[in-house]
Design a protein around this ligand. Structure first.
Ligand code: NAI
Length: 406
């Protein structure tokens, strides 16, 4: 009988053989990429486990579909289903720019306290890339998801709140800013930084990764971004002791070769990271960073290996996890069966890894790799691949399924 995934007292997942997994189809190209991805997920589970395991998909109405059904883009009931089922997957949800409602994606992350946004970035040949050696990119970005300038604490120019705060800043703290300023607050705390960095190190140890780089702008923002750097080092050594080594130790004691079972901690200024990932990407393995830096670097890295259509993502907290396509709703191609479904499909592979169904995750990654290598790909990729043949989103997914099953 289908059952929800549950958590035990130590926050470990119990995954039944017939788990009920909620999904949000998403706006725009969600209607194209969700059915395509679901076909791949079901085929991978069947190929990996035969009739022993099967996912029972549970649709959660959110975004435009949610509004049509309940009058709300994201109802409390929808959030509650995501939370109580512990593992879920979603397509993109639309957000208007500069006005109206706040991002539904940000709301999901904040309400469910999904504090770690995890984005693995690697190259899938023969996808076209703007750099000469995209295969050197194999990184995982751990972006803090709940604090920083994205906490949503901001007031418009001329608003009552901004005016009040500006007066307080002037009278109490001697900060004389233009009276017309908009104001945004950048909160960053030791506890929220530490849980993110600990999760990045746990991932590094589990997946045999060699280093975690703290990416920050602490040279300028000393107490927020500088705090991130300081608390990151503290968390690593407090939690993992001598299993973590500094860069100095790496070169002074180990001649630059990371010993088995150890992970190197290092830190870099954010602007330098953007240059270094282009020039020497092999120097980076896991990057842990505050919210805004993480938003920028994960999209830049995705572009470096061929674009957002390829990059998967996960938002994970202590109580539940939501896996998601990292691109937006692509309204220009929505409903045309043209979209590239790889981001959502590879997010599903991450979801199966998280559930302990690694075999299904591996089959999906292999299926995608072989489908791309065949050169029969969606239009965003076909025009960039020599000899590439354009196929629809649904056809491309069937090619992945054929590669998984046969
Ligand atoms: P977008 O990612 O939707 O589109 C940017 C460009 O990339 C467009 O030309 C689009 O056609 C193309 N593109 C995106 N995904 C593609 C795919 N899978 N296959 C082929 N081409 C693809 O970004 P945009 O236009 O800035 O945002 C549109 C809407 O999506 C906005 O409402 C935004 O708030 C929302 N959005 C939602 C996200 C999420 O749900 N996680 C993330 C980013 C944006």
């Amino acid at each position: 009988m289908p059952k929800p995934v549950t958590l035990d007292d130590t926050h470990r997942l119990n995954v039944p053989d017939r788990p009920i997994i909620p999904f949000i189809e998403g706006d725009g190209i969600g209607q194209d990429i969700w059915p395509a991805a679901k076909m791949v997920f079901d085929a991978a589970v069947q190929a990996a486990f035969g009739s022993k395991k099967k996912v029972e998909w549970l649709e959660v109405a959110a975004g435009e579909k949610g509004f049509a059904k309940t009058g709300k883009y994201l109802s409390d009931e929808a959030l509650n289903i995501l939370m109580t089922h512990r593992v879920a997957i979603k397509g993109p949800l639309a957000t208007p720019v500069g006005k109206g409602m706040r991002s539904l994606n940000v709301k999901i992350r904040q309400q469910l306290d999904l504090y770690a946004c995890i984005r693995p970035i690697r190259y899938y040949p023969p996808v076209s890339s703007p750099v000469c050696h995209p295969q050197r990119v194999d990184m995982v970005v751990f972006r803090e998801n709940t604090e920083d300038l994205y906490a949503g604490i901001e007031w418009d120019s001329g608003s009552r709140e901004a005016t009040k705060l500006l007066k307080l800043l002037k009278s109490e703290l001697n900060c004389d800013l233009p009276a017309s300023s908009s104001i945004g607050i950048k909160p960053m705390s030791p506890e929220k930084t530490k849980r993110l960095v600990i999760r990045a190190f746990e991932y590094a140890f589990k997946n045999n990764r060699k280093s975690v780089t703290l990416m920050h702008k602490g040279n300028i923002m000393k107490f927020t971004e500088g705090g991130f750097r300081k608390w990151g080092y503290e968390a690593a050594f407090e939690t993992f002791g001598d299993r973590v080594i500094t860069e100095e130790t790496l070169f002074e004691v180990y001649e630059g070769i990371v010993p088995d079972g150890r992970v190197v901690i290092k830190d870099r200024i954010a602007d330098m990271v953007f240059a270094e990932v282009l020039l020497r990407p092999e120097n980076f393995d896991i990057i842990a960073c505050p919210n805004l830096n993480g938003d920028y670097i994960s999209d830049a890295l995705a572009a470096q290996v061929g674009g957002l259509g390829m990059a998967p993502g996960a938002n994970i907290g202590d109580d539940c996890a939501v896996f998601e396509a990292t691109h937006g709703t692509a309204p220009d191609i929505a409903g045309k069966d043209m979209a590239n479904p790889c981001s959502l499909i590879l997010s599903g592979a991450m979801m199966f890894d998280h559930m302990g169904w690694q075999k299904a995750g591996d089959l999906i990654r292999e299926g995608v790799t072989k489908a791309l290598a065949s050169g029969r790909v969606t239009s965003d990729l076909a025009s960039q691949i020599t000899g590439g043949e354009e196929v629809t989103c649904s056809r491309f997914s069937r090619i992945i399924v054929e590669n998984i099953l046969f």
